[in-house]
Design a protein around this ligand. Structure first.
Ligand code: SF4
Ligand code: SF4
Length: 288
């Protein structure tokens, strides 16, 4: 089983459209949406959820005012300066500053601090017209996206092995953060989706730098290459220097946007189009 992660240095490069298009071409694959902070693959996949699971996103700490004697020991020990005193000298924890380390809970002599596990994150196993999709959503402001990505990938792998799938296709998150690192580790191949803008090039450079610390085969596709052919050329030069093969140049087309708004992949919307042919060829190069 080959695990392929599709990444982009930034949002808005068309990564999800391309991932969905590959889902139309790939046979015998299990799909996994690793972009848990802003999941959108489900808008095209239209999954029918078969199983829902909760995922802990950390701890919420609260001070019981009836037990607290305002000794301030907890605020002195909190490295994140999350514990404050209000105008009545009552101590409270600011949830935006609290990292959920639970040190205050352990050191409070009055046992006035309690921790409640936050379970606002969910992950799902769903049926789709492309096969099984493992996906997730995070509650607003919730943390642990890297761990959640690891969880969905683990489940996708289990399903892939049980079903004897040939591929796992991960729609990775944009950027170079924790969730991207979690999407990369252990993957066999990475496909970088890059758009020809200055920021696209800059963010691709950062992503390639990150990839260099992983033992993974990297490939690239320049999406909407004709919106700025000069920058597209600079990107190809950079990728050549880094020995990253460019598998395809996809031209800009409003059809990609139209397909997306209809909840279809470009292969479903215009199977005979130039882009559909390019994507088929790109998939063939990627897996061979
Ligand atoms: S350590 Fe406990 S008793 Fe002291 S201020 Fe903090 S919560 Fe209150
Ligand atoms: S859990 Fe940790 S970060 Fe949060 S208030 Fe307590 S000591 Fe500070």
């Amino acid at each position: 089983m080959t695990e392929i992660t599709i990444l982009s240095g930034k949002g808005g490069t068309g990564k999800t459209s391309i991932t969905a298009a590959l889902a139309s071409v790939a046979e015998n694959a299990v799909h996994c949406d690793n972009d848990v902070d802003a999941a959108d693959l489900h808008l095209i996949f239209k999954p029918t959820i078969q199983e829902t699971n909760t995922f802990s996103s950390g701890w919420e700490l609260k001070i019981d005012q009836s037990k607290c004697n305002s000794c301030t020991l907890c605020s002195q020990y909190c490295r994140f300066r999350a514990i404050h005193q209000d105008e009545n000298s009552n101590l409270y924890i600011n949830p935006l500053q609290c990292e959920g380390c639970r040190l205050c809970e352990r050191i409070c002599p009055e046992r006035a601090i309690t921790a409640v596990e936050k379970t606002n994150n969910h992950w799902y196993i769903s049926n789709t017209r492309f096969g099984i999709l493992v996906h997730a959503d995070m509650g607003p402001g919730e943390e642990n996206s890297g761990k959640l990505v690891t969880q969905v990938r683990k489940k996708a792998k289990e399903i892939g092995l049980a079903q004897n799938n040939k591929f796992i296709i991960n729609d990775g998150p944009p950027g170079i953060g924790c969730a991207t690192i979690a999407s990369l580790s252990g993957a066999d191949k990475v496909l970088l989706v890059i758009e020809p803008t200055k920021t696209g090039l800059h963010d691709a450079c950062r992503l390639v730098e990150l990839l260099e610390s992983f033992n993974v085969d990297a490939y690239a596709v320049i999406n909407k290459y004709d919106i700025n052919k000069n920058v597209a050329k600079d990107i190809v030069t950079f990728l050549n220097e880094k020995q990253i093969p460019v598998l395809a140049h996809i031209p800009f087309s409003e059809s990609m946007v139209e397909a997306m708004t209809l909840g279809k992949t470009i292969m479903e919307y215009q199977p005979q189009s130039e882009i559909a042919v390019i994507i088929k060829e790109m998939w063939s190069k990627l897996i061979n």
